[in-house]
Design a protein around this ligand. Structure first.
Ligand SMILES: C[S@@+](CC[C@H](N)C(=O)[O-])C[C@H]1O[C@@H](n2cnc3c(N)ncnc32)[C@H](O)[C@@H]1O
Length: 212
């Protein structure tokens, strides 16, 4: 699958992809609603060539990690944002096992590519990556959104589907539909959810407990 995505990213400039957005507006609005802070460790799943890392780095965020299957997309994003500000991980989110915990999980337009057989693995990665009190923003194709993207079939979600995936370990803070307009003017319906993992957030001075 990484060959597919490398091929996609090598074939066009980033502003020609259907998912391109000149500003990650909904992501930033929901992250703001969740009151994330510049010291938070932020993980952008399937970041691709998104400008989210640029915008967070410009706001003083200094612990940013982008994860993607595509080496090509990662190289473009690192060259743009700067290696100093961003850690890059080339991995499949469904098999990746994080070596540390993060405070924020962001996923725009990735979960819908993870078919039902692998979606539990996605959720398992999320659980092992996030600290108690961590914030989650997920944006995926809604039930009235596209059925394919980049030549791949997708699974569409409404807010309840995402809440069920996250299960009782998360409180849903916001859910909204948004229309993404592609570079050629087509509209795509996205479902967005913002959530907080239950459990007390660890302050920097709180020593980790066994099992944390
Ligand atoms: C539609 S693009 C969205 C990119 C970016 N999030 C954005 O909003 O511009 C989907 C991205 O997810 C990545 N991706 C797809 N499946 C993945 C997986 N299983 N693990 C990690 N990344 C994946 C692709 O390489 C691609 O960069």
């Amino acid at each position: 699958m990484s060959a597919h995505w490398n091929h996609v990213y090598e074939s066009r400039e980033c502003d020609k992809f259907s998912w391109f957005e000149p500003e990650p507006t909904t992501s930033l609005e929901l992250l703001e609603e969740l009151a994330i802070a510049p010291d938070d460790a932020v993980l952008d799943i399937g970041a691709g060539e998104s400008l989210l890392a640029d915008r967070l780095a410009a706001r003083g965020y200094h612990d940013l990690t982008i994860l993607d299957l595509s080496t090509t997309a990662i190289a473009v994003t690192l060259a743009r944002v700067g290696r100093h500000d961003v850690t890059a991980i080339e991995a499949d989110v469904t098999t990746w096992r994080p070596a540390r915990r993060y405070d924020v999980w962001h996923d725009r337009a990735v979960l819908h590519f993870i078919g039902p057989p692998r979606v539990r693995d996605y959720v398992e990665t999320m659980h092992s990556a996030l600290s108690p009190g961590a914030k989650v923003v997920i944006g995926v194709f809604a039930p009235d959104g596209p059925t394919t993207c980049s030549g791949l079939e997708v699974t569409r979600y409404d807010a309840d589907d995402i809440a069920q995936l996250l299960d009782t370990g998360f409180d849903i803070v916001a859910a909204r539909r948004a229309r993404h307009v592609t570079p050629w003017g087509a509209e795509q319906s996205f479902q967005w959810v913002a959530a907080v993992r239950k459990g007390r957030a660890l302050s920097p001075s709180t020593p980790p407990r066994n099992g944390d």
